[in-house]
Design a protein around this ligand. Sequence first.
Ligand SMILES: Nc1ncnc2c1ncn2[C@@H]1O[C@H](COP(=O)(O)OP(=O)(O)O)[C@@H](O)[C@H]1O
Ligand SMILES: [Mg+2]
Length: 268
Amino acid sequence: MGKVVAVVNQKGGVGKTSVTLGLASAARQRGHQVLVVDLDPQGASTWVLGVDAERVKRSAADALGSARSGALRDVIVDSTWGHLVDVAPAGPSLQQHETARSGLENLISGRSAARLRKTLSGVTRSYGIVLVDCPPSLGELTTNALTAADLALLVVEPTALSLRGVEPVADLIETVWGRDNSRLDLAGVVVNRMPARGADAAMRFEDLARTVGESAVWSPAIPQRISVAEAASARRPIHDLGSRARDVAEVFDRLYDQLWQLAKPERA
Ligand SMILES: Nc1ncnc2c1ncn2[C@@H]1O[C@H](COP(=O)(O)OP(=O)(O)O)[C@@H](O)[C@H]1O
Ligand SMILES: [Mg+2]
C-alpha cells in the first residue's frame, strides 16, 4: 500500500509542482511505481507528464464528482515518463470542486472533504507512493488532498512573504487531523529556490526553523536552478537532463530518500 503524500501551499509559484515532479523523477530512478494526482485545475503536472489537456477524457474531477470507492482508477493514464509513472490528470472542471470558502468552513459545513480518499480506495495498493500536487489555495481541493493523505509536505520559498503563509497551512493540517484524518502527519517543510548566496534567504531559513521546529525543515534546500524550469518545459524527468541538472537531481534524491523513510510500506 503506497502512502499518499499531499504537496501543499496556498501560494502559487512556490514550487509545489516542481517538487512533486522532482520527487516523482527520484521515485522512478529508484524503480518505485509512482502515481501523481494532479488536483490543480491549471494542470501543470499533467502537462509535464506528457498528457495534453485535449487528450484527457476523464480527469480527477470526474472521480471526485462520482465519489465512488476506487473511482480514481478509471481516470489514471500512463505518463510519457515510462511505465513507473502514472497520472490522474487534472481537468478544468476541477475548478467546480473548489469553493471560495476556506477548508475550515468546508469542514464545518460537512462538505465532501473525504471524496478523494474514497476514490483512492484500493488504488494505492498498485503504487509505491502517491503524490498529490495541490492547487495554490486552502480550499476544498487541498482539504480533500489532506483528508486522503498520510503525509503532508509543505513547500516554501526562503522569503518573508512565503513564510507568512506557513501558519494557515499548518492550521489546516491540524484541523483536518483533528476532524477527519488522524493518520495525517506533517512529513516536513521543503525549502525551494534557495539562492547560492544571500543573507536574506539564510535568515529566512532560520526564521522557518524557529517557526516550525528545526527537525521539520528538510535538508538540503532545493537550489534556484534554471534546469528545474528546463525539465518542465521539455516535459522530462529532471534526472534525464544529464550533467547540467545533476546537482538538483541529487537534491531530489536525498529529499526522496527522507520521504521514503516515512512513506515506505513496511517501516524498518
Ligand atoms: N528551484 C527552482 N529553480 C528555478 N526555477 C524554479 C524552481 N522551482 C520552481 N521553479 C519555476 O518556478 C515556476 C513556479 O513553480 P511551480 O512548481 O509551478 O510552482 P507551484 O506549483 O507552487 O505553482 C515554474 O516556472 C518553475 O519552473
Ligand atoms: Mg503547481
